[in-house]
Structure formats: structure tokens, C-alpha cells
Design a protein around this ligand. Structure first.
Ligand SMILES: NC(=O)C1=CN([C@@H]2O[C@H](COP(=O)(O)OP(=O)(O)OC[C@H]3O[C@@H](n4cnc5c(N)ncnc54)[C@H](OP(=O)(O)O)[C@@H]3O)[C@@H](O)[C@H]2O)C=CC1
Ligand SMILES: Cc1cn([C@H]2C[C@H](O)[C@@H](COP(=O)(O)OP(=O)(O)O[C@H]3O[C@@H](C)C(=O)[C@@H](O)[C@H]3O)O2)c(=O)[nH]c1=O
Ligand SMILES: [Mg+2]
Length: 297
């Protein structure tokens, strides 16, 4: 199976590159400068030569705080850019798997969100990602929109690397304990995407298409996640800090985040047979690699 994916240095694209070898897939990562989602016209024809069976739309404007200051750029990249990727998939007659986010939800309530629950993003990033979902769905019915969350990995920028870096200089980090979600390894996301891609290629049925949640099993607050990170780092001789559990009010940020970000992933399990491992299990190998390489500094 041939999978084209947008981006080069992103967490999900790098994880797909790693996981493709063992899964018998050929991956082409197509990113800047060849394509620029801020100039959607640069997408025209870029996948033709590779002739993919599936296109994965993983590149996005992901700087949640910065998006508040440049909403127009975030909207072009996350909406028009996503639409341009989907249009190429439609033109080639192949499915598109488009990555989206828990930040499309307002974070109210206290049960995990289901795919048909009302969306109501709190910040610019979430607004633009929701607009991107709608653009993709309007362009081609042959899509899977995968809402995932709280991605960590040995690659790119993420909360695990931030915590390890902070712990090098500080005895204590202050972390919000009143935002709850599902930490998700990019490596598990890659495995899930490959399984979904195979299903889409093998089976044309509508039931496999649409919006799905895909996140790590078990929930955590960001403070719980930080504690888990330091527990596993300590076990491997890596950096450690104590975690001061604070409230969102005590950690002001330009973009508001949802308090309840938990995703119910039952639909994906039922229809695609994909269940991601618990985040504590998947965190181990990621911390192993980061501590061994020191690549969090
Ligand atoms: N990170 C997270 O916690 C979560 C992410 N998501 C979604 O999952 C997807 C993958 O996220 P993740 O792997 O973490 O992303 P990263 O933040 O690690 O990387 C962003 C990727 O997007 C590319 N990109 C950004 N702007 C442009 C542009 N103008 N033109 C072309 N490419 C661009 C980057 O390019 P380059 O390779 O040149 O650096 C990079 O490959 C995204 O759609 C994101 O919205 C969903 C939930 C959680
Ligand atoms: C660094 C840091 C963050 N925080 C808080 C701020 C915020 O509420 C929460 C997470 O902060 P971050 O900026 O690392 O994470 P953030 O950029 O909000 O992560 C989000 O990224 C986008 C792309 C997504 O799609 C989401 O699923 C989610 O993963 O932790 C602390 O309390 N203490 C700290 O030292
Ligand atoms: Mg961030």
C-alpha cells in the first residue's frame, strides 16, 4: 500500500515514516518547500507522480497560542490547505485521512465526547481545525476525519519534551490539574492510520467513512501526565521535577483550552477494529528514546 502524507518534520508524519517499514507500506512525505498549505494552489498535482492508494492530511498550523495572534494564516492553512489536500485525493479517486483535534469541543460536561456531540471550539486553532473538517467533508465523501489529542512522540515539539526540558533547570514545574484528556503517542496514531488506510482501500462502504475519535486509552490531567512523565524518566535516569498541581486560572495562556477533552473512541473500535494502547504503556518507549538521545533540550 502506498501512502502519501503532508508535512516533513511533524510528529505524525515522522511516526508514519518509522512505522511504514514494518507494516509493508511505502510512504511519501510531501512538505515544505514543495507544498505550502498557506498557498493551497501549491498542492495541485503534487501527489500524481507517487500515485498513492491513500492520502494522509497531517500537516497543519498547530501552534495553539500563536494562532490567536494570526487567525488568518491559521485559517488558510487549516481550512483552505486541508481542502486543497482533499481535492487532490478526490481528483485521484483515493481516500483521504484527515487529522483533527479534541480542541473542536468546548470542554464542558464530564463524560468523554462522542463524534456526534456538538462542536464549539474555544480558540482560533480549534475554529480553524473545525472549518478544515467541514472543507474536507464538503469536497469528498471518501474521507476519514480522525480527531485525536495531546500527541507526544520522540519527534517535533510536544508536552513530554517540554516537561523533560523544564526539569533540567527546575526542581518543580507548575502544571494545570483541571484540564483532562487522553495523551496519545504519535507512533500509535501511525499504526492506527495504517490499519484504517487498509480498511478504506479494501472496503468502499460508507460506514467506514466520516468522523472518528482516535486517542490513547485512559485519561489524565496535564498534571497527571507530567507526573507520569517524571515517574518514567526517573526510572531511566532522566530529568525529574516535582509537579505543583495548579488550576487553569493560575496558568494564563493566550488561547483557552477545554477542561474536558476526553474522547470516546468506541466508534473507531467498533467499525475499524482499532484501539490504541493506554498512554502509560506507550509513554515508556518514547521516554526511553528521549532520555537516551537527550533530544528534548
Ligand atoms: N500535536 C497535537 O497534540 C495534536 C495534533 N493534532 C492534529 O494532528 C495533525 C498532526 O499534528 P503533529 O504531527 O503534532 O504536527 P506538528 O505540530 O508536529 O507539525 C506540524 C506539521 O505541519 C506542517 N506545516 C505547518 N504549516 C505548514 C504549511 N504552511 N505548509 C505545509 N506544511 C505545514 C509542518 O511542516 P514542516 O514539516 O515543514 O515542519 C509539520 O510537518 C495536525 O493536523 C494537528 O492539527 C490533533 C490533536 C493533537
Ligand atoms: C508548558 C506548560 C503547560 N501547561 C498547561 C498549558 C495547557 O493548558 C496545557 C498544555 O499545554 P501545551 O501548550 O503543551 O499544549 P497544547 O499546545 O495546548 O496542546 C494541544 O495541541 C494541539 C495542537 C492539539 O490539537 C491538542 O490536542 C493539544 O495537544 O498545559 C502548564 O500548566 N504548565 C506548563 O509548564
Ligand atoms: Mg503547543
Amino acid at each position: 500500500m502506498r501512502i502519501a502524507v503532508t508535512g516533513t518534520h511533524g510528529q505524525v508524519v515522522q511516526a508514519l515514516g518509522e512505522r511504514s517499514a514494518s507494516s509493508g507500506c511505502t510512504i511519501a512525505a510531501i512538505g515544505r518547500p514543495e507544498i505550502d498549505l498557506a498557498r493551497p494552489e501549491t498542492l495541485a498535482g503534487v501527489f500524481d507522480r507517487f500515485a498513492p492508494d491513500v492520502i494522509v492530511s497531517a500537516a497543519a498550523y498547530t501552534a495553539v497560542n500563536h494562532a490567536e495572534a494570526e487567525p488568518d494564516l491559521a485559517m488558510v492553512v487549516n481550512c483552505a490547505g486541508a481542502g486543497a489536500v482533499a481535492a487532490e485525493a478526490a481528483r485521484l479517486g483515493v481516500p483521504v485521512i484527515h487529522l483533527s483535534t479534541d480542541y473542536v469541543y468546548a470542554g464542558t460536561g464530564n463524560r468523554p465526547w462522542r463524534e456526534d456531540d456538538p462542536t464549539d471550539p474555544l480558540g482560533v486553532y480549534g475554529v480553524t481545525k473545525l472549518a478544515g473538517e467541514r472543507a474536507v467533508a464538503a469536497i469528498t465523501p471518501d474521507h476519514v476525519i480522525l480527531r485525536t489529542a495531546w500527541i507526544y512522540s520522540p519527534f517535533g515539539t510536544n508536552f513530554v519534551k517540554t516537561m523533560l526540558r523544564l526539569a533540567v533547570d527546575r526542581p518543580q514545574v507548575r502544571v494545570v490539574a483541571d484540564q483532562v484528556g487522553n495523551p496519545t503517542s504519535a507512533l500509535d496514531i501511525a499504526d492506527g492510520i495504517i490499519a484504517i488506510a487498509r480498511n478504506l482501500v479494501a472496503d468502499r462502504s460508507d460506514a467506514l467513512r466520516g468522523v472518528f475519535h482516535m486517542a490513547g486509552r485512559d485519561e489524565a490531567s496535564w498534571a497527571d501526565f507530567a507526573e507520569g512523565i517524571f515517574e518514567q524518566s526517573a526510572a531511566r535516569g532522566g530529568p525529574v521535577a516535582s509537579v505543583a498541581r495548579i488550576t487553569t486560572d493560575e496558568f494564563p495562556t493566550p488561547a483557552p483550552r477545554p477542561a474536558n477533552s476526553r474522547l470516546d473512541c468506541g466508534k473507531l473500535a467498533e467499525l475499524h477494529g482499532v484501539i490504541l494502547p493506554p498512554w502509560r504503556v506507550s509513554l515508556g518507549p518514547v521516554i526511553d528514546r528521549l532520555v537516551a538521545s537527550g533530544a528534548f533540550a
